[in-house]
Design a protein around this ligand. Structure first.
Ligand SMILES: Nc1ncnc2c1ncn2[C@@H]1O[C@H](COP(=O)(O)OP(=O)(O)OP(=O)(O)O)[C@@H](O)[C@H]1O
Ligand SMILES: [Mg+2]
Length: 550
């Protein structure tokens, strides 16, 4: 009865002969245990396909399960590659030296793949035309079959690995020939295994597509970040800021530890980012740890990670920021707030570039460029005993001092204009510029919160401004009463109106480049009134003659 069945079961009379009678209790028991074996193996197959991320090893395990439960003497999973047509060996059991990933050209497997229909050869020995084709791998490569002598006959089954009519590969098995085997049922069983393999492949394709999407997005975001933090985004034409930028250039391409010092809001983090995104590590991670924001009990687990069971709640191993920054840069922000015990550990990482996770004994080696930032007086902290001197030495290799904004007044206007443009766009406003009195107030203010405070002041002004120009009264009271703003006591209605009037006239004069007649036209007032007000408020209109009124 050696015929190729494609995909039909054995001829009906023969099948009837083969089928055990259900009335016979012995046969029933045999049949029952066969079903249990099939179900158990299917359960194990689904578990094997569900667990590991590596599909190749999962497929190998599936073939081992088939061998264990169903005595397959040889089994192969073949999948197509690039062109989606030609089959390659992907996983196998029972082949002594499997040429994994070797093409399987012209085999029955290819025929099943092309047609999407299963195929069975009940007795390989009686199909001389097929014997050669059955063996995808060279015959000498086949392992001796367990429990079978070489001339024992074989049954060959090949099913498509397919789901929803899409054929993704084939599953081939060889079984010992048994005359009472029900080929229809056997083929259906392997068909189920094939569709489970197809489902796993489909999931793998989804996961891979998703992973690729994330990788692409990651690359795009990193490029975007690199652009955002290149030097052009560190604004400042003052000598002090130019010097800072020169230092960034000098140190960026090295692996030197950098300590950035400066008052709060001066732009330390921006500078740390500029160093990273202009370094050779730009394509790797930039990880920031705000040491001051983390409670003492958490800082070590955040920095170094922990092993499973290191403490209550540590249900699985977690990587610390040092590990996450591997290959890239780690910014230890507010380093001055780190406790003494953690300082000792940091010192070791700085010296040896290795550490242990909490609750672990294995040393973890990392390649991390360290940048530390602080607004604290580090020397005073050493004197007070809250900072280890050796840690300061280690960090103090290359120090960049970022000057406070009050010491670089020439940057105030540049930064203010930049923030007006940016925040106006962000908030969908039409604000275009800042009036002269408001500029005077901004420049004369002492900015204890530095650039961050300036940014907040401009954001508030942009939000409350309903025209195109930020006027003095759009600034917070602390700035309006600032020395030099000329509105120190403008609390009464009369003073507020006078301040506003003065503001409008100065603004018009600026736009008219000191031309009083044109300023009057802009204000829709007469020249006489404007001249009167200029005299009343003691406005120096000549000052605007050379100014850029745009
Ligand atoms: N030179 C600059 N050019 C443009 N923006 C700046 C500049 N300096 C600071 N900023 C902006 O000011 C804000 C504060 O800067 P940053 O967070 O870097 O300050 P910091 O020194 O780290 O402050 P802190 O000590 O409080 O952490 C950020 O939004 C930053 O983009
Ligand atoms: Mg900061």
């Amino acid at each position: 009865m050696s015929t190729v069945l494609d995909p039909a079961p054995a001829p009906a009379p023969e099948r009837q002969r083969q089928r055990p009678s259900l009335a016979d209790p012995d046969d029933r028991t045999k049949r029952h245990s066969g079903e249990v074996r099939k179900l158990t193996s299917l359960l194990e197959v689904s578990q094997a396909l569900a667990s590991p991320p590596n599909l190749k090893s999962a497929f190998h395990r599936v073939l081992e399960i088939l061998e264990r439960y169903h005595g397959t003497s040889r089994s192969v999973i073949a999948l197509p590659r690039e062109d989606g047509r030609r089959l390659y060996l992907h996983a196998s059991v029972g082949i002594r030296a499997p040429h994994t990933d070797a093409p399987i050209g012209g085999s029955l497997a290819q025929q099943v793949f092309d047609s999407g229909r299963p195929l069975v050869v009940p007795r390989v020995s009686q199909e001389p035309g097929l014997t050669a084709r059955v063996d995808a791998a060279p015959r000498h490569a086949r392992a001796p079959r367990r429990g079978l002598v070489d001339d024992d006959d074989l049954t060959y089954i090949c099913v498509p690995v397919q789901q929803s009519r899409q054929c993704r590969g084939v599953l081939e098995v060889e079984l010992a020939f048994r005359s009472d085997r029900n080929y229809d049922r056997t083929m259906k069983f392997y068909g189920v295994v094939g569709s489970m393999l197809a489902q796993a492949l489909k999931m793998q394709t989804f996961i891979e597509a998703d992973r690729q999407r994330l990788v692409n997005e990651n690359v795009r975001l990193r490029d975007e970040l690199r652009e955002r933090y290149d030097f052009s985004h560190i604004l400042g034409t003052s000598g002090a800021m130019r010097q800072v930028c020169e230092q960034v250039v000098q140190v960026a391409r090295t692996n030197t530890t950098v300590l950035i010092r400066g008052e709060s809001g001066t732009g330390k983090e921006l500078i740390a980012q500029a160093i990273h995104y202009n370094s050779l590590r730009a394509r790797k991670a930039f990880v920031k740890v705000s040491c001051g924001a983390l409670p003492e009990t958490l800082i070590e687990s955040e920095l170094f990670g922990y092993e499973k069971g290191a403490f209550t709640g540590a249900e699985q191993r977690k990587k610390g920021r040092f590990e996450l920054a591997d290959g890239g840069t780690l910014l230890l922000d507010e380093i001055g707030d780190v406790n003494l015990a953690t300082q000792v550990k940091l010192l070791r990482v700085l010296q040896e570039r290795e550490f242990e996770r909490l609750g672990g004994t294995d040393s973890v080696k990392v390649d991390v460029r360290l940048i530390a930032a602080t607004n604290k007086d580090m020397e005073a902290a050493v004197a007070a005993g809250s900072l280890r001197q050796d840690l300061l030495y280690r960090l103090n290799v290359f120090t960049i001092f970022v000057p406070p904004l009050r010491e670089r007044k020439s940057d105030v206007l540049l930064l203010a204009d930049h923030f007006v443009e940016k925040l106006s766009t962000d908030h969908g406003k039409q604000v275009k510029r800042i009036s002269t009195p408001a500029i005077d107030a901004l420049v004369s203010y002492h900015w204890p919160g530095n650039v961050r405070e300036l940014q907040n002041v401009i954001e508030r002004a942009v939000l409350v401004c309903d025209g195109q120009v930020i006027h003095l009264h759009h600034l917070p009271p602390t700035l309006q009463t600032a020395e030099g703003s000329g509105t120190a006591n403008s609390q009464s209605l009369g003073d507020a109106v006078a301040g506003f009037e003065r503001d409008l006239i100065e603004d018009a004069l600026k736009m008219a480049r000191g031309n009083r007649a044109r300023a009057a036209r802009l204000l829709q007032a007469t020249r006489r009134i404007v001249n009167y007000k200029i005299k009343q408020y003691d406005i120096d209109w000549r000052r605007y003659q050379d100014a850029d009124g745009a």
